[in-house]
Each structure stands twice: as C-alpha cells, then as structure tokens.
Design a protein around this ligand. Structure first.
Ligand code: GLC
Length: 721
C-alpha cells in the first residue's frame, strides 16, 4: 500500500465504500474471528452482506494479537483499496491486569497512579491488537442507584476532569503514531449520561444548559484538552433530543464551539434507538438525524449502511457530510500509523510475555490499596497477626472482585480475600465460612458461620454486591446490601466480638445494618486482580488506608441525589435563626449523607492547624496563598489528602455551598508536621452566569481547607475586579 493523501482515498472510494467506513461491527462478523468478542448490547440480525463486511471501517470487542492479525490480514485481502480496520474495545480499568474500578481509582486521589494504570492497560491492549479504547468515562454522577457510577471518578466536576486527563495521558502517551504501546482514547458518554432520571440506565436526562455547562461538560472538555482522539455520544436525551441525533450538542457545541475535529461514534445500537426514543419515524430518518448531528461511526446497527446512499443520491443530504466523516476516520487510522503498519502493536510473543505480568500486577496492588476507603474504625483494625480470624461472607473466597467492565480479566486468577489473608498469616488461624450467598441464605450456611465465629478473636466479614449488581444496566432502587447479607451481619453482631466489614461493591451503598453493627468498615469497591493482597495489606497495617470518597454515601436512598456541592436554598436547615419546621429538611432523616465527599480515615490521626490567608483581598493579578499546617499525631506514617474548597457567597446565579478547587496528597511520618500552601487565582472563581457567560464576580467568598468536604474550616476573602 503506497502512502497517498487521505483525500485521494476518499476520491477513489465508491459511495458504498465510504459508507462502509462509517459502520462498526462486532468481531464475530469478520473472517479470522475466533471469538464472539465482547457483547455489551442487544445482538440483532443486521442483514449485512459479505460486501458490507468487506467495506466496514472498524471492529469492536476484538482481543488477542493473533486474532487481530488474522482478521486484519483477511480484511486487507478483501478490501478493494486496502484500508485497514480500526480495532476498538472497552479497556476500562485494565485489560487482563485488572485495576480497581474507576470510582475506586477516583478515591485514591492519585493522578500519577491513575495515569500509570491507564498506561499499563494501553500496553496490554495494544500488544493484543487493540487500537482504540472506549474510555475514559467522564460522566458526572450523583445518583448511586445508577449502576454505572462505578465507571466514573465521582461527583465532582473538577476532580473528574483531572482524572479524565490522567487517563487520556496514560492511554495515548505523547505520540500515538510511533508509540505502538499506546491506544487512542474515546471519552464518553457525551453528554450527561450520568444524570439519568431515577438513576435508571438509559433514562431521560433533562438539565438546564447552565447546569450542563457548569457541572456536566467540564470533564469531557478536560479529556479533549488533553488530546483525546474520539468521543462517544450517549444513549440519553439532552433537552428532549437523544444525543445521537442531537445537532445542537454534537455539531454546534462539540464540533463548532469546542473545535473538536476527531471521530464521534454512537453508542451500541444508539442510531436505531432514535426510533423507540420517538425521535425518528424509521431507520432512514434515524440515519438522517445522526449524520446531520455529526455521528461519524454507527455502532452495531445499520441505518447508515442501508439508507445513507439513498439520502445522498436523492439530495436530502450533501455527500460532503459523508466524505467529512470518512476523512476523520481515515485520519485517525493514519494517526495510529495503520496505513504503514496495519498490525501496529499486535504481537503474540510480547503479548504472552507482558500481559498480566508481575510488574503490572504490583501496580494494581498498590492502586487497590490506595483506593480502599476506611469508613469507620473503633479500634478493630489493623488486625494483629496473632489474632485468630473468622473470615465470613460471600466475598471471603470469591474471585468476583474484578467488577464490571473486566471482560478480559480472569476471576480465577484474581487474588481472593482468603488468599490475601492467608499470605500474611497462613491458614492455621483462619476459619472460613460463606455465611450466605450474595442474595440467598440457608440455615446450614449460617450455622457454619456462627461456628467459625465462636472460636475466633475477630470476625472479618466480606460482604457486598456481585459484579452483576452494578455496571451497565445494573441499577438498583434499593441500595442496601441484599437482605441475606444483612441478616448474616445481624446474627454475627449478636456474638459481641470485634468485627470488621470489608465491602465489595460498585456504588455508594446505604449502609444501614452494616455501619451500625460492624466496629470497622473498609470500603474495598471492586479492587481488581490483586484485591485480596491489597486488602490484606490494609487489614494488617502493612499499607495505610488513604482513600477518600469521591462520591457521597447517602444516609438512605430517599436522599438521592445527595452530593456535597449542592445549593444552600433560601431556608437552610443549619442557619442560626432557622425555624424548627419551615426549613429545607427531611422529617425522618438528616440532610447530610452518612459519609461525605472527601471523607476517609487512616490508622493514624492528623491535626490541622489554623489555616492562613496571604491577604483578605484577591485581584486578578494578586492571587491568594492559602496555607495550613498538618501534623501526623498518630503512630503510623500515612498519606493525607488536604482539600481546598471555595464558596461564592453571592452570585448572579446561586452557587454551591462548597466547591473543590485543589488538593494535595502528602505523606507524613509520625510526629511530622508539614505546611501545605495552595495558590488560589481569579480564574478558579469563574462560573457560568444566567446568560451563560463564564466569569467571576467581585464580592465575598469563603475558602475552606480540611480533610474532607464536611470538616473544613472557612475563611473570608473578597475578590476585587
Ligand atoms: C455500551 C456502552 C459503552 C460501550 C459500548 C461498547 O453499551 O454504553 O460504554 O463502550 O457499549 O461496548
């Protein structure tokens, strides 16, 4: 294949060949496929012919270097112009070395390690033949009923943006063309997929444009500013129009306003879903709306394949729309170096050598330990090696700890909690019992658990949600632990022994029945391939708990949405002159979540000194310095995450009671004190006004510095413009 300008390809292509580039099919459609691939949506009979497959531009869900090579080889033989296939897959939190789920990674507040995890995921995927990953997911999340919160970094726009950037850097590196150990990233799901009403997947999203721009869009934008190559449109409606057919969202905002020139792909089957949405009467109209909106690639339905030619030939659309989409796709192929080397990184020998290697697993272990959040500890943890332990619960010996979106990961190869603990103490002093299943229980299981517990000094309870209970289409209306597990903990609590609950789950839970019964609660999320080791490191104090929540744990589901950066209302409950009744409150529960954003404990204690401000007044040329001394007043060296929040006291539109502006992770030895200084600048105080202009206002602000969004001390300053 001789190099030629991409426009020359487009000129030589027939209309059918061009439209073929806009189609993405699962791997099982292609010659050379050995696997079904990854199926993440409905499979339907698509009616594609040999010729359609020959013209297809990209494939999804493929993995394995040899399979990638075989498919590419067969494809190049058949595709008239020899245009290589683009190979895409969901590499969300690791390929075979599975890292903690993204929500857990968020709780590490460790951008370097997050980037490293994406770099490893990219390397393992790239040697296995993948060119593009459908990640990062930058959706802001405020509703833990939604199963996909596990795929987000959490509820804060700024922090989500920082993580989206870190993931893009890790996936793409600096030079996609020459660095074949990286993959292109595709930020998703544009836009506001996380704001689904009722926390039900695929459900309606309706936000004011100001809410959208202020809270939901920044993290996608951050990914694009970092050079992210692709965007995936979301399933949901935005202001009444499904994103897939939403011209204002994709063409006006993403392309024209933000200048995004890369490839936009639909989500699985989403072009055709314009019909059940009620935004298109038939497949032809679905194709029309999607191409006009700006969707370049249609994933797993064939509205483009069947109808674009007719739409172009009859003059309903300008063929230029198709040409531009093709050009964007070819440009990405070129950027990935596929015209020079269609096999790119795919290398069976290297694949065998580096995928799931010890070095990668060590990073997964470190990140998992940093992702766990110690929510409660009344002297139960750390465990001592001379204690006899009853390890009880459905997660005691389960390998189902990788979480959703780990289709290439092996649950058999995952380090189970029992293995992790046994590696510390041997099996001699551990009694293990399941206690119950994830959702069902038997008397026999319960009796065995009680027997195990009776002889032990301490109970470690491994509870949670199976990986099926979160992730895509994994929504729950009741986010307590399943009844069977609550009954188990109730019975065990009656024994009055020290008890630590280790939780495996993909969302913030309502912890009624757990936090009130266990003396310690360690939120382990889905920790990935090395989970058992990482948790055991924490349980025995060989690693220090340092994770901090990036999504609030509600007191009960009735509060949802409950998030730290809410508005004050005109009748705040905590005002000094608040009435007893006529204030914004629930009669039957607190307003506050059980565990707030930014919260997490350590085995040591930290003391914050009086914070200081360099001046009571800020101007655009005179930023403020905000300082605080933090001391480790306990006995163990540990990391603390010092958090900086701001409140704008009077705005053109109402402003949140707190907004995270910066943070610093510091490691402090016992007895050590360190001063942490932040610079706070005028641009950090800007926000979207009623007319959507993005600016700051002169006036008074509070700046807070502290260990979490609740326990922070505020200082006043004013901004002069
Ligand atoms: C989906 C998801 C999306 C994923 C795609 C491809 O249904 O919503 O996140 O990337 O399918 O598997």
């Amino acid at each position: 294949m001789k190099p030629q300008p991409l426009e020359a390809y487009v000129e030589q292509m027939t209309l059918a060949e061009k439209i073929g580039q806009l189609l993405q099919l699962a791997v099982s459609f292609f010659e050379g496929a050995e696997t079904e691939g990854e199926i993440t949506g409905p499979m339907e009979v698509l009616g594609v012919s040999e010729e359609n497959v020959r013209n297809t531009g990209s494939v999804l869900g493929l993995s394995g270097a040899q399979e990638a090579i075989n498919i590419q080889q067969a494809h190049l033989r058949k595709n008239r112009l020899g245009i290589p296939l683009l190979i895409m897959a969901d590499i969300i939190h690791g390929y075979k070395t599975i890292f903690p789920v993204p929500l857990a990674i968020g709780c590490s507040w460790d951008l370097k390690l997050a980037e490293r995890s994406a770099e490893i995921a990219a390397l393992e995927a790239a040697v296995s033949g993948v060119h593009v990953t459908f990640a990062p997911m930058a959706d802001l999340v405020r509703d833990p009923r939604w199963g996909r919160v596990m795929e987000s970094a959490g509820e804060d726009p700024f922090l989500n943006g920082e993580f989206a950037r870190a993931f893009v850097r890790g996936f793409q590196g600096k030079d996609l063309q020459n660095d074949t150990s990286r993959v292109a990233a595709c930020v998703k799901h544009f836009a506001a997929y996380g704001a689904a009403e009722g926390g039900r997947d695929y459900n309606t999203v309706d936000l004011s444009e100001r809410q959208l721009r202020e809270y939901y869009l920044p993290a996608y934008k951050a990914a694009l500013d970092e050079g992210c190559e692709m965007v995936m449109a979301s399933f949901n409606t935005v202001d009444g129009i499904p994103s897939t057919g939403n011209k204002r969202l994709l063409r006006r905002l993403l392309r024209e306003e933000w200048g995004f020139g890369g490839v936009i792909i639909s989500d699985w089957g989403a072009v055709k879903e314009l019909i059940p949405h009620g935004a298109a009467a038939d497949e032809k109209e679905a194709a029309l709306r999607s191409i006009e909106a700006g969707i370049d690639i249609e994933m797993m339905t064939t509205c483009y394949m069947k109808h674009l030619a007719e739409l172009a030939e009859s003059g309903v659309i300008d063929e230029k729309l198709i040409d531009e989409a093709v050009l964007r796709i070819l440009r990405l192929k070129q950027k990935l170096g596929l015209f020079d080397n269609p096999y790119r990184g795919a290398d069976p020998a290297r694949e065998a050598e580096i995928v799931f290697c010890g070095e990668h697993r060590a990073v997964s272990r470190e990140l998992a330990a940093k992702s766990c959040v110690l929510l409660k500890n009344e002297g139960v943890l750390p465990l001592r090696r001379d204690q006899s332990i009853a390890l009880i619960g459905p997660f005691a010996q389960s390998g189902d700890i990788l979480g959703p979106w780990s289709w290439q990961g092996s649950t058999e190869a995952a380090v189970r909690l029992v293995d992790g603990i046994a590696a510390k103490t041997g099996m001699g002093r551990i009694a293990v019992a399941e206690g119950c299943g994830f959702e069902e229980a038997s008397d026999r299981q319960l009796e065995a658990a009680l027997r195990a517990a009776e002889g032990a000094d301490v109970i470690v309870l491994a509870l949670g949600e199976s990986s099926e209970m979160s992730g895509e289409a994994g929504c729950r209306g009741d986010i307590r632990l399943p009844q069977a597990q609550l009954a188990l903990i109730e019975r065990l609590a009656e024994l009055g022994k020290p008890m630590a609950a280790v939780l495996f789950n993909g969302r913030p839970l309502d912890l009624h029945g757990v936090a009130d019964r266990a003396g310690a609660v360690l939120e382990a999320w889905f920790p990935g391939s090395e989970g058992g080791h990482a948790i055991a490191d924490l349980l025995f104090g060989d690693a220090q708990p340092s994770g901090r929540l990036t999504m609030s744990f509600p007191y009960a589901a009735g509060q949802i949405p409950v998030y730290y950066n809410h508005f004050n209302t005109g009748r705040p409950k905590d005002a000094p002159d608040a009435q007893v009744r006529y204030v914004s409150q629930y009669l039957d529960m607190p307003n506050e979540p059980l565990y707030p954003f930014g919260y997490g404990l350590s085995y040591t204690s930290f003391a914050y000194g009086e914070p200081g401000l360099s001046s009571p007044e800020m101007t655009p040329d005179r930023p403020l310095t905000v300082k605080v001394k933090v001391a480790n007043t306990g006995v163990a060296a540990a990391e603390e995450t010092v958090q900086l929040y701001v409140r704008d006291l009077a705005g053109d539109v109402v402003r949140p009671v707190k907004e995270l502006k910066d943070f610093r992770k510091i490691l402090l030895q016992p007895g050590e004190t360190r001063e942490v200084a932040f610079e706070l600048t005028e641009p950090q105080l800007r926000y979207h006004h009623a007319d959507l202009t993005f600016a700051s206002d002169a006036g008074d602000f509070l700046v807070y510095i502290g260990p979490n969004s609740r326990d922070a001390a505020g200082m006043r300053f004013s901004l002069r413009l």
